[in-house]
Every structure is written in C-alpha cells, then in structure tokens.
Design a binder for this molecule. Structure first.
Ligand code: NAG
Ligand code: NAG
Length: 386
C-alpha cells in the first residue's frame, strides 16, 4: 500500500458493476416510449441528428494481442481532495509532480507517488487537456476559455479562443511540437462540456483540429468537420500529429513534415470504443483512453439518427440510459498497430492514460478520482521497462 493510501487519500473503489446494457434499457422502456411520443409533439430545430458515415464506422473492433479485462483488480483509486473530474494528467519529471485540471477551475499539482494534491492555479474556466510547454509553462486546453499558457509563476494567459471567426466551445486537448507549435482541438463549436453528449448524439462534425504559432500568434484551422475532435499527440519523430475523432472510434494523423505535409492519413480505425486523450510514453507506445467501450445498443444508435434523437431528448431530461461501460486504455505502437487493451466492465469515462514509470495514471471528466494501475507483469513482450 502506498503512503497516500495510509494517509487516506485513496478510498474504496467506486460502486461495482454498473448494470448491463439491456437491464436499464428495459427499465426505462416505458419512459422511452413516452418521451418518444413527446418527441413527435415538438420540433427542436437546434437538435437534429444526422446519419453518420457508417461505411467508416461499421465493422468489428480491432483486437489487441494483449488484453486485460479486469483492470480494476490492479488499480488504486486516488481521490484528490476537492477535485471533481481530473480529466487529464500531465507529468513534470523535473519536479516529480503531476498536474490535473478539475471542474472547479483549479489546476492541482500532486506528488507523482502519493498524489496528495495542492491547489496550484485557478484558470477561471474549466481546464481539460494539459501539457508541459518548452519553457516550463503548462499549456492548457480550457473548455471555457480556449488555449492557455499558464506560466511557471502561475500567470494565466489566453493564447487563442477562436479561429476563422468561430469561437471555441469545447477546447479539449493540446500537445507541443519540438518547434514550439501548439496543436490542439476544439471538440465542437456548438455544445459545451456540460451537454457534449448532445453533440455526440447529434452526429454532426462540429470539431476542428488547429495549430497555434507562439511566435506569430496565428491560429490556423488544419482540419475541419471532425466528429468530436479529441486527444492530440505529436509523434516523437515530429512527422505527424495524431488527433482522435471520438464519435468515429478512430484516430487520424496529420502530417507536419515530409512529402505528405499538410495531408491527413489513417492512424487507427475501429477502436473498441470512443477515444479520448492520447499520449506518447517515450518508449514506442501511444496510450489512447477509451471512456465509452463498444456496446451493441450504442452501435445501433450510431446507425440511427432517429434513435439518437430519442436518446438526445432523454438526455435533456437527464433520463438517458447509461451505456458507458468497458472503459479503459488502448495501447498502440508508433505505426498505430494494436499492442494492448486494459479495461474493466465496471469502469466508465476514463479520459486519459499517462504512463509514468511502471504505472498508468487515468483521469476522467466526471469521476472524482484518478485511477492508477500497476503495469508490472502486464506489459506485452519487450516493453516492460521500469
Ligand atoms: C508562456 O509564457 C511565458 C512567460 O511569459 C513565456 O516564456 C512562454 O514562452 C509562453 N509560452 C507560450 C507557448 O506562449
Ligand atoms: C507493482 O507491482 C509489483 C509486483 O506486484 C510490486 O513489486 C511493485 O512494488 C508495485 N509497484 C507499486 C508502485 O505499487
């Protein structure tokens, strides 16, 4: 047991097994029918789901050669005092601390071993993705404010909050290239974090992948029409930047050098769920968080704008059945080939996987804890470095 556990900052795991998919569905069926009826009675022009490109979505998920389906067993749960929704975990090796952003606007800083948090800086917004900058600053994707530079001494500066005249609504993730360029995503320009499920259910590509040049201060839209633009990571050889497209169960790559510069290619398709943040571990692997694992009912909904309209209406009344389960982390190699899949049926909304030493730290936009899994003996061949 870690000292933190003894100090009481770990607590018992969250409630076990969420009921299976079908159970809540049968339970809410009467409700579903009445809301279905109600949904015919009014036309909500602001929420009208469209068909998704199913040819790219349909098909079985890719399988990893190494699968651990009971991740909970190897995990500790760290409740950071006062922090709800520690979405991302950034590591500062020089100080041996991690940073995470919480719902109350505070970026908390905690020792990498004990995870005892201290309030560091309040952005005044809602910090999600964080990344160490090249000069000791922390670059923050703040859903409310945009892309931020939080300096070493805790000053908050908004770098950019809009592009091409369209304001960001859900700035989500960022990474910094070796040349200083910051690559980042705005998941959607239509919905805020609070009602981002509606964006996902609506099936409209409101997301953008962008860059910010700290010298010219120019913000550029690199890719538009993305179905919920999420995690961002620069490849270690600086050849491309991966961005994840949550609704499409895939991550794409955008070339930043070489012959293909400025073009988009496939990185990984048919993930076993919706991807969130992606991080590189410095050892040949990318860690892709999967907040919502694949489920039959969700696959059905993806194919049906009509079903998604019903789910959206239920969502607005906080009545949507929970289909979030089998959350975890999916590991791929430098080329995007599957390496390992860690998940648990009882886990939901894991949004980041940051590998530090022999452990992976998993954040969440809604859970009140960080999950830390000990990877000793659970890394596939050749990568069990400490
Ligand atoms: C953030 O601010 C610090 C202090 O002004 C500066 O040194 C650093 O270059 C800034 N980073 C970016 C990406 O603008
Ligand atoms: C991880 O597990 C291994 C094997 O059980 C153990 O030796 C090691 O101390 C654990 N690491 C941490 C940080 O708990």
């Amino acid at each position: 047991m870690s000292s933190a556990a003894m100090a009481g900052s770990t607590t018992s795991p969250p409630p076990p097994n969420r009921s299976s998919l079908l159970r809540p569905l049968t339970l809410v069926l009467p409700l579903l029918l009445s809301v279905l009826a109600a949904s015919f009675l009014y036309q909500d022009d602001s929420f009208s789901p469209l068909p998704l490109p199913m040819d790219a979505l349909a098909g079985p998920p890719v399988a990893a050669p190494f699968v651990l389906g009971d991740m909970r067993k190897n995990s500790e749960f760290f409740h950071l005092e006062g922090c709800l929704g520690p979405e991302d975990v950034a590591y500062d090796d020089s100080q041996k601390v991690v940073y995470t952003g919480c719902e109350d606007g505070w970026i908390r800083k905690a020792g990498v071993e004990d995870l005892v948090p201290e309030k560091w800086v309040n952005t005044g917004g809602r910090p999600l993705g964080l990344m160490l900058g090249l000069h000791g600053e922390v670059i923050v994707a703040d859903t409310l404010l945009g892309l931020l530079n939080v300096t070493k001494d805790g000053k908050v500066e908004v770098l950019t909050g809009e592009a091409e005249g369209v304001k960001f609504k859900l700035t989500d993730a960022a990474d910094v290239a070796a040349d200083g360029t910051i690559y980042f995503t705005d998941a959607t320009h239509k919905y805020s974090l609070r009602d981002c499920s509606l964006d996902i259910l609506e099936g409209r590509p409101n997301g953008r992948f962008l860059s910010y040049d700290p010298v010219t201060k120019e913000t550029k839209v690199l890719v538009r029409d993305i179905y919920f633009a999420n995690g961002v990571v620069v490849s270690p050889d600086q050849e491309f930047v991966v961005y994840c497209e949550t609704v499409m169960n895939r991550c794409k790559k955008y070339y930043i050098s070489g012959e293909k510069k400025g073009t988009v290619g496939n990185f990984i398709d048919h993930l076993p769920g919706m991807p969130d943040n992606i991080r590189y571990d410095g050892e040949g692997h990318y860690w892709i968080a999967i907040p919502v694992g694949r489920a039959a009912a969700w696959d059905l909904a993806l194919g049906s704008p009509f079903l998604r309209r019903i789910l959206g209406n239920l969502e607005k009344h906080s009545l949507r059945p929970r289909i979030e389960s089998n959350s975890g982390v999916f590991v791929v190699d430098l080329k995007g080939n599957p390496v390992a899949h860690y998940y648990d049926p009882s886990f939901s909304m894991i949004s980041s996987g940051t590998k530090i030493g022999n452990q992976v730290y998993c954040g969440s936009p809604s859970n009140p804890y960080i999950v830390r899994m000990n990877l000793t003996g659970l890394l596939p061949g050749g990568s069990s470095s400490a």
